[in-house]
Design a binder for this molecule. Sequence first.
Ligand code: AP5
Length: 218
Amino acid sequence: MEIILLGPPGAGKGTQAARLVERLGLVQLSTGDMLRAAVKAGTPTGLAAKAIMDSGELVSDEVIAGIIGEALDAIRPDTGVIFDGYPRTEAQATALDGLLTERGRTLDAVIELEVDVDALVDRISGRYSCARCGEGYHDRYKQPVVAGVCDVCGSTEFKRRPDDTADTVRHRLAVYRRQTAPILPLYEARGLVRRVDGMAAMDAVAAAIDRVLDDASS
Ligand code: AP5
């Protein structure tokens, strides 16, 4: 099964993709995570991407096609993929069609997480994660069970993304509206889009996604 999770910054794509990995054994391909790994490793791609990401603009379609193609080649052909935060432009959507066809894969569903834009600034500016294992938290919606200690690995070190400031989030939302939202009608015309209320609690969103996927595979 190949699924795209689409939605503006903070819609919950990463949160729900991680749950789908656990529940269905799919592989999550997050272009944001891959770029952040490249920045951390100091690769040429990472060095070029850092300033663009910090400003909230999009990294070039060519760079993204390269990293997605490589990542797909590393996945067993019988394992499904969740695309998280990709594609984000019409050119990326076209490139993805080609990459999937070349590998004998077919897109099953595009799940759009619908959210209230005001809530997004709040969600993102409160977000942080464990510096060791990457487990995600939020100042109000998901705190560690023991304050200051990661539930998963016990680390006491946490970090925030440099692009998670309120101003940059607003800019990322504008970029989403201008460059990413226009790809939805392309998938709608192919009957692939399923809408899920991303404002519901995380478990309810996960349950709604399960129903959508049951539908898509029946
Ligand atoms: P990327 O990392 O993809 O960021 P994004 O799309 O802006 O999305 P986020 O990760 O901020 O949000 P999310 O929807 O995953 O929400 P999350 O689950 O974390 O991209 C970063 C940058 O990289 C881009 O700006 C660009 O520069 C570059 N880039 C990446 N991909 C690219 C591409 N394809 N092309 C070009 N450039 C690219 O949730 C957010 C918070 O809300 C969390 O704290 C979470 O706990 C909380 N939360 C989640 N769900 C709920 C809920 N139901 N209720 C309450 N809280 C919730």
